[in-house]
Write a protein that binds this ligand. Sequence first.
Ligand code: PLP
Length: 391
Amino acid sequence: MKINKDYLNLSENYLFSEIAKRVKAYSEENPEKKIIKLGIGDVTKPIAAPIMEALEKAVSEMGDSKTFRGYAPDLGYSFLRNAIAESDYKARGCDIDPDEIFVSDGAKSDCGNIQEIFDKDNVVAVTDPVYPVYVDSNIMAGRKIIYMPCIKENNFVPELPTEKADIIYLCFPNNPTGTVITKDKLQEFVDYARKNDAVIIYDAAYEAYINDPSIPHSIYECEGAKEVAIELHSFSKNAGFTGLRLGYAVVPKALVREGVSLNHLWARRHSTKYNGAPYIVQRAGEAVYSPEGKLAVKKQVGEYMENAAFIRKSLIDLGYEVYGGENAPYIWLRAPFDMSGWDFFDLLLKRANVVGTPGEGFGKFGAGYFRLTAFGDSENTREAIERIKAL
Ligand SMILES: *Cc1c(COP(=O)(O)O)cnc(C)c1O
């Protein structure tokens, strides 16, 4: 028996464990200090009432022989796939068929699993800084990875790859930088993919945070994108499903490579290795698209964005160099005085008792930057900023 040696090429996933270690050491020495965490990318608001009602109703159905449901359809219940096609696509002028939507347990699994339908020899392009799952899942598969720097000189939007890429991961609004891509720039990537026979995996996990009406919510707003792009969505950051688990992937039927429909390949993979998201969670997902659900989700996102605006403005007023936070729940700031992200982390932890995330954890070009999230409650967020002001 031999192990998959590609796993040995993974770098230690030390970012969040190192943060936890430093926070723990500080708290043990200073048990009286109240630490405010604006570091991890998890939401804090409970699931909204109209969504809970749908969930509870579905839970009761499971205990009644008349309404009990067993295995869900592998690719998702029609009630949810139809609601997604209608609200996330048709209402925005994108023509996506419910058959092109694959319901899953979240965007993290999808972005890791989707590359199973691609050959090992493909070259993968990712941004730097990057959401680490894109990199690690492709290292596990033994693929070559190239990096597209996202720096202030390009407004944290990558240039087209200089070396030929076969698979391109893009995430906008971006985690960690909180920045967005214009439709014209996204169109350039779509055109590149068309010309080079590449496939774009577009992670739209933060789509609900877009305020600026000129920013695309979906890659399918671009001309010809259905022939080159897979899009991933999550119910985690808009509706607070980080614990419930629900997401979906769009694989258009027009996406064909080497004469094979990727929609068909993904359907095969999905139905072979996955038995579907729970019925009760899909009912909760359906409620996200009801008029009451939409309103409730919009309100929660709006409250997080008030935090984002507050953090952004306060830090700018204090003279920090700040990016993001306008169409995304992340604020990306430059550590002051040319400090490293880790030195700034230690300074904030020890002198303000505030925890953020050092940019170094997201890649080489994240060095010297720092990520704060708007997912805290508003009182803690305000207190954290007061403490940063007092530094
Ligand atoms: C949070 C996050 C996801 C994960 O979403 P889940 O649906 O909870 O798995 C995917 N992509 C990015 C960039 C994220 O930040």
